[in-house]
Ligand binder design. Structure first.
Ligand code: FAD
Length: 418
């Protein structure tokens, strides 16, 4: 197996929209950044799980994006790859903004942005070990035919599962298997009459359809892809899956694929707009909602979100409600009146110095996790992580030595709404 060596200021592990934002923010400020992604595209679940909609982009027609995240979303609009959709709030007046997007457009745009910023992207390789000493970090990543060894000052863990923190032996937690949110396999139908589908009030039928056996759980969401005749469908369900077990993930993928093939004839029969449709894609990645998370220097709780606590070191806004998918198919849902803030110290591991965790692997309890895990919020956390790395590298500091208030000020000056 060939061995290769690299050196960088910053290694970002995980090429989701979160990791890409971290990487481009640091690279644009002249830091040498390597982004390592185990799949062969950027976007994480937003692309690989065929998500098709960003939930919690803003409240009451006011979008929450700022900084580099806003630039990416604006370009998606410009490319005809996105469209806002106001979802009526369930427990209040007003709406929660969703953004429906073309998965292909987002993946390609993220790749272009990363390359333009000067990020070295390494696909199809998985980080298998990471350690830090007093002065630097040492990361090992495996491709199918080669091993990459990278020396860097800092690491950002954007794996969506605090995997690097776990590899480094830092304290992490996962909910018990019987308390984890269900997993799903999202799919896409072609030749859809999207206008007709858009008029269909599927929220009103999902409970009865579950009782009648049309749906495997009460969960159902359709997202017509902007400017296409395709629609993304999230309707499958499997509880109690350990996402860290190869056998369980394999079993879940097989069961969920079967669910898709069983559901489609029923949808063609019952869903207006799908009469002449066909299955055009199944997500290549299992949709795992729950995640391993770090024990950080601050734990954000559901109560903090409900109270919309203010923080001097707020680094990212969120507005998606507390949204726990219970293993029995039920749902806990709490909407806030305005966006809430996520503080910097949720990203800093308890004993960590050179590692920062971003995206959904930050320190939260299960309720706060269910709210902050959505992609727009994770994108904000990614941008915050990238700017934190810039502050740390420029001052030869570690992540636990930078000033959260200074980071807050940097982000505000970029238009981030915190
Ligand atoms: C079924 C389902 C439906 C959802 N619906 C929505 C929705 O409608 N809207 C919404 O906004 N959110 C939705 N979410 C939530 C959202 O998709 C995730 O919470 C979000 O993508 C998390 O972002 P992330 O950047 O933290 O991680 P991820 O998107 O999981 O990205 C992590 C990346 O790291 C890579 N990686 C992991 N480990 C390694 C390693 N060791 N080496 C190299 N690379 C690695 C992965 O391949 C991946 O690309 C849904 C989630 C699920 C499962």
């Amino acid at each position: 197996m060939a061995k290769k060596s690299y050196a960088a200021d910053l290694v970002v592990v995980g090429g989701s929209a979160t990791g890409v934002l971290a990487a481009i923010c640091a690279a644009r400020k002249n830091k040498k950044v390597i982004l390592i992604e185990k799949e062969s595209y950027l976007g994480g679940l937003a692309v690989g799980s065929l998500m098709g909609q960003l939930t919690g982009c803003g409240l009451n027609d006011r979008a929450m994006f700022g900084g580099a995240a806003k630039e990416i979303i604006d370009e998606l609009f410009h490319n005809n790859g996105a469209k806002y959709y106001p979802m009526p709030a369930r427990t209040k007046e007003g709406n929660i903004m969703l953004l429906r997007y073309n998965v292909e457009s987002l993946g390609y745009l993220l790749e272009q942005k990363a390359v333009e910023a000067g990020v070295t992207v390494l696909y199809s390789c998985t980080v298998v070990s990471a350690e830090e000493d007093e002065g630097s970090c040492h990361v090992v990543a495996r491709g199918l035919f080669d091993t990459l060894e990278i020396e860097s000052s800092l690491i950002i863990d954007a794996t969506g599962n605090a995997s690097v923190a776990h590899l480094m032996g830092l304290e992490t937690v996962t909910p018990d298997i019987d308390e984890r949110m269900s997993v799903a396999l999202i799919f896409k139908m072609g030749n859809v009459d999207c206008e007709k589908l858009d008029e269909f009030d599927w929220v009103s039928v999902r409970d009865s359809w579950h009782e009648e056996g049309i749906l495997p759980s009460k969960f159902l969401a359709f997202a017509p892809c902007p400017n296409t005749n395709e629609a993304i469908i999230n309707a499958t369900y499997r509880a109690n899956v350990d996402q860290e077990s190869t056998e369980e993930v394999t079993q879940a993928l097989m069961e969920l694929r079967k669910q898709i093939h069983d559901i489609i004839p029923r949808f063609i029969k019952h869903v207006p707009g799908l009469e002449h449709s066909f299955l055009s894609a199944t997500a290549p990645m299992l949709g795992v909602r729950d995640a391993r998370r770090i024990k950080g220097q601050f734990c954000l709780t559901g109560e903090d979100i409900m109270k919309m606590e203010a923080y001097e070191d707020a680094v990212a806004p969120g507005c998606w409600p507390i949204d726990v998918h219970l293993p029995d198919g039920g749902n806990v849902w709490f909407e806030t009146d305005k966006p809430y803030a996520i503080p910097y110290w949720t990203m800093v591991p308890q004993n960590g110095g050179r590692l920062l965790v971003t995206g959904r692997g930050i320190d939260t309890d299960e309720s706060a996790f269910s709210a902050i895990r959505v992609i727009p919020t994770c994108m904000g956390l990614g941008e915050a992580a990238g700017e934190a790395a810039v502050l740390a590298i420029s001052a030869s500091k570690t992540f636990d030595q930078i000033d959260g208030k200074e980071l807050h000020a940097v982000l505000r000056s970029k238009g981030v709404q915190v």
